[in-house]
Design a binder for this molecule. Structure first.
Ligand SMILES: Nc1nc2c(ncn2[C@@H]2O[C@H](COP(=O)(O)OP(=O)(O)O)[C@@H](O)[C@H]2O)c(=O)[nH]1
Ligand SMILES: [Mg+2]
Length: 216
């Protein structure tokens, strides 16, 4: 897939303020600082599209970006070249301990109503820092997604921060942990916003879902 434009649309505090819900939408979520904004910038090829930060917990709103893309396959004629419009959503991070209890409750309420009520949410990408052992907060969040029938996949981030052997070890350990609860194991991707590892795989995955939706 070739992304030829990515534009910031708006930031919303409530689902009722989100843009029109007539296009497939892909949201990115995970703990504060896991690399959500960096991944969005890497995928779109625009370094400053989503605000990245060394200080965790900055994104407090639902941020919509509109994407225009086309398949990069040269085959299949005009139909296969059909351009697509879809949204990327940068969500606030969860589990940021330095927020007050009431602030956290408010954010959780906003995130869960977005996830459960946004009809055009085609897939939620749950980001996991590949350096860490499985964390309860992520596992519980994914269990809740499963119970709520929310389609999601896992994106391991910051792969450049580990050696090849350590990366393989950590991913295997994570998958073993997932296998205790999930059959089949949710789709997963290994990425780095530094080296652009995983970019093609993620964009192809999105393209496939977009195509399925277009055929409905
Ligand atoms: N080395 C490396 N650093 C990353 C990567 N992704 C994000 N970071 C850094 O991690 C910090 C948090 O990233 P950000 O995208 O703002 O995380 P967010 O809070 O989940 O949106 C920033 O300092 C980024 O530069 C990655 O793939 N590799
Ligand atoms: Mg962010």
């Amino acid at each position: 897939m070739n992304i030829f434009s990515a534009t910031y649309i708006k930031s919303s505090a409530l689902i009722s303020q989100c843009p029109e819900h007539n296009q497939p939408e892909y949201a990115f979520i995970g703990r504060s600082n896991v690399g959500k904004s960096s991944l969005i910038n890497m995928l779109t090829g625009q370094k400053h599209l989503a605000k990245t930060s060394a200080t965790p917990g900055k994104t407090m709103l639902i941020n919509h970006f509109e994407i225009h893309s086309e398949p990069n396959s040269a085959f299949g004629g005009a139909a296969a070249k059909k351009a697509a419009t879809w949204y990327i959503v940068d969500l606030p991070g969860y589990g940021f301990a330095q927020r007050s209890k009431s602030q956290r409750a408010k954010l959780e309420q906003m995130i869960s109503s977005y996830i459960l009520q946004r009809h055009n949410l085609s897939n939620l990408f749950v980001l996991i820092d590949c350096r860490h052992a499985p964390q309860q907060i992520d596992l519980e969040f994914m269990s809740w997604l499963g119970e709520s029938n929310v389609p999601f996949s896992i994106v391991f981030t910051k792969a450049d921060k580990l050696s090849r052997a350590q990366l393989a070890e950590n991913i295997n350990a994570y998958i073993q942990q997932l296998a205790e609860e999930w059959e089949p194991i949710p789709p997963h991707f290994i990425t780095s916003s530094e080296t652009r590892q995983g970019r093609e795989e993620l964009l192809n995955y999105i393209e496939e879902i977009n195509k399925e939706i277009a055929q409905l």
